[in-house]
Design a protein around this ligand. Structure first.
Ligand code: CO
Length: 161
């Protein structure tokens, strides 16, 4: 079990673009294992490598139906629109209503380098988009729905990414 420190939005690394993963080796597997341990401890639903200071295109998502490891992920299809509350483990004590697609299809490699397709609707679609945004230096605070402002969640926000 190896935890890594989650970087906060005051850290400029969160605004940088991550590079593709090219080696599907033990270093990547360790990163993915550490992301899992760190997410589990933080009780979030998703975490991206740059949030632990690694500028590589790898994220994990777990909205309660199993852990997904997405390496070099890209959205290949999206439809619909949802306006839901969103938060981020790197942006503590703030939440906001964002606009995201209602359904997305994501193409990504697994930890062995094999390409897979994933589908997500609702929270899972929001989470896929949120994590992939992290790989391009984009935070949910950049995706607020028109007229929305950040607010302080009344109780502990469990849907953090
Ligand atoms: Co986040």
């Amino acid at each position: 079990m190896a935890m890594r420190n989650i970087r906060l939005d005051t850290d400029p690394i969160l605004r940088k673009k991550s590079r593709p993963v090219e080696s599907f080796d033990e270093k990547l597997w360790q990163l993915l294992d550490d992301l899992k341990d760190t997410l589990s401890k933080a009780e979030g639903v998703g975490l991206a490598a740059p949030q632990v200071g690694v500028l590589r295109r790898a994220v994990i998502v777990d909205v309660g139906d199993g852990l997904l490891e997405l390496v070099n992920p890209e959205v290949v299809f999206s439809e619909g629109c949802q306006r839901e509350t969103e938060g981020c483990l790197s942006v503590p004590d703030r939440a906001g209503i964002t606009e995201r697609p209602m359904r997305v299809r994501v193409r990504a490699q697994n930890r062995d380098g094999n390409w897979c397709l994933y589908e997500g609707t609702g929270l899972k679609a929001q989470c896929f988009c949120h994590e992939i945004d992290h790989l391009d230096g984009i935070l949910f605070t950049d995706r607020l729905a028109p007229g929305e402002k950040l607010f302080r969640p009344e109780k502990k926000e469990k849907r953090k990414k």
